[in-house]
Design a protein around this ligand. Sequence first.
Ligand code: ADP
Ligand code: MG
Length: 341
Amino acid sequence: MILEIENLKTHYQTEKGVVKANDGISLSIDENEVVGLAGESGCGKSTLIRTLIRLVPKSAHVTANKMNFKGQDILSMPEKDFREKILWQGIGLVPQSAMNALNPVYRVGDQCIEAIQAHTNYSKAECEQIVKRLFDAVGLQAGMMKAYPHEFSGGMRQRSMIAMSLVLNPALVIMDEPTTGLDVLVQERILRNIKEIRKKSESSVSILLITHDISVIAEMSNRIGIMYAGRLMEFAESMELFNEPYHPYTLGLKNAFPSIQALDRELISIPGSPPSLLGDLPGCLFAFRCPFAIDECENERPPDLEIKPGHFVHCIRTDHIEEFRKLAGDKKTWQSSKSAT
Ligand SMILES: Nc1ncnc2c1ncn2[C@@H]1O[C@H](COP(=O)(O)OP(=O)(O)O)[C@@H](O)[C@H]1O
Ligand SMILES: [Mg+2]
């Protein structure tokens, strides 16, 4: 197993109180696996990533029963070891905003080469070869290595960041909304490039792909997690999650994004917005927007039920799911939730 997280909590200490941005996340990523993580903005996706690579502010309180990368405990690992052995060489990152991640005054190729030189003993020529190969893998011409960030389009910048995250051959690459804000054609191309890279790479590379758009990860991921309000609502093998979703929030997210199978289907958005994560929050945090919520939902936090082997659901109403699946396709159903009325 490449990554193993159990009951991870990242709580930000703020002037107004504690913000529970990640509150009991458990998931794993296998070797050569793509795990997608979807959820609306503000549900804690970036916090999870920042926690994994130690980019959360010092004031944040991080705890976990387990946080292992290739069997090593990366929660308690000394800072120096983490920087030298895990960051970039073990876990690569494609940050949410590729725009700000590149230094505007250096050529993009040089920035990639420097990243390799900082961590290895390769010669300049060897580094150049590696970068050239990776540029090729993400569909950038070798000549673009000499260009400055402002000469790149948004999609090209994003692809150069993907190349950069791979320079040290990490076992895991985390991509935070790699296609958000790009037009659909560019998005498709980037996703195709990611697939190509995985096919071409000699060593296996696992990917944690984060997005607010569930349709982006549908065909890319082996398994998918659905995040909401700092918690994982559902986690399952992708096909199963799409064909047999068990959580009302998953049903809602599926409704809200176009799918390739049914492009003409009317999109139904979930009324309301995610809750503030400040303070103690009892019960199921989706209850307020859930058309199927009953009083019990608001009082007690649901357990993570393993409904089938490897399929986890954070809901107490799973025995009514067949009925919910039928009702979820109807816009009127969603207008009956508390947040809609
Ligand atoms: N440094 C921080 N201090 C306090 N609260 C934060 C901080 N970073 C994020 N948050 C809060 O944590 C929640 C989750 O944010 P984030 O992880 O960025 O979500 P996402 O990436 O899913 O949009 C939000 O309510 C956000 O306001
Ligand atoms: Mg984010």
